[in-house]
Design a protein around this ligand. Structure first.
Ligand SMILES: [Fe+2]
Ligand SMILES: [Fe+2]
Length: 252
């Protein structure tokens, strides 16, 4: 077994029959080349098959997805069958209202746990804001239930980041009142829209469940703000009023 040079390459002892005639590659050499060529073709063929298989799998997955979407649309259509006198504009505005309620819920939660901090420690405000947060969530859920009853589609958006810190209790209460006024304005706009779209059911839903509660909540916040301002500016006046509430002639 000698080393052989073919076209500048040294073939070491593999080509047994080349020792007599190095310029003519033997059967072994030609066979090896053929095997290599066959192997490369085979690999190419297998790769092609693999690619085709993966493409087919992808297509199958897409088909399944399309089918699921189709079924969902059919279900949605069934849901739309019971939809009556519910305008798209009202549906969209109701979705905005849901998202506003959830935003308020998030903001009240941030406020509640701001006043629970050990360096602030206002358990009364913590309780008040926590209760408010739960109420806002209930409002959002109430509207969501109503949407489903009317055959609407609930679309939730991402909730914006709430304000994390407040300079004082007064600052937080003013922020809360500002937020409630915005929510109330949106409810009033929704009520006007429902009237324009001749949707008495939606008008009734808003009136029965939200409008009065909003006004009551705003009055409570305005009272707290006023009392706090009075306590800061004129303690005597504030204490006199407190005394009137529980002391002399309180029952009159
Ligand atoms: Fe609310
Ligand atoms: Fe509220």
């Amino acid at each position: 077994m000698n080393d052989v040079e073919i076209n500048g390459r040294i073939w070491m002892g593999r080509l047994r029959s080349l020792d007599t005639c190095p310029n003519r590659p033997s059967w072994h050499f030609r066979h090896s080349v053929c095997v290599l060529a066959f192997n490369s073709k085979l690999y190419g063929f297998l790769n092609l098959k693999k690619k085709k298989f993966l493409d087919l799998q992808k297509k199958k997955k897409k088909k399944t997805k399309d089918m699921a979407l189709c079924f969902r649309n059919i279900k949605r259509h069934m849901c739309m069958l019971m939809r009556q006198n519910f305008a798209k504009s009202c549906e969209s505005k109701l979705n905005d209202q849901i998202n506003m309620e959830l935003k308020a819920c998030h903001q009240y939660l941030a406020m509640a746990y701001h006043f629970d901090r050990s360096d602030i420690s206002s358990p009364g405000l913590h309780r008040f804001f926590l209760q408010s947060s739960m109420e806002e969530r209930e409002h959002a859920e109430k509207i969501m239930k109503y949407m489903n009853k009317r055959g609407g589609l609930i679309v939730l958006s991402s909730v914006p980041e709430p304000l994390p810190c407040f300079a004082s209790s007064l600052d937080a209460l003013k922020q809360a009142l500002k937020m409630e006024l915005e929510v109330n304005q949106h409810l009033l706009d929704l009520h006007t829209l429902a009237g324009e779209e001749s949707d008495p059911n939606l008008c009734d839903f808003i009136e029965a469940n939200f409008l009065q509660e909003q006004v009551d909540g705003q009055k409570i916040l305005a009272d707290y703000i006023c009392q706090l301002e009075k306590a800061q500016s004129d303690v005597g006046d504030y204490l006199f009023d407190k005394y009137m509430g529980v002391g002399m002639h309180a029952n009159k």
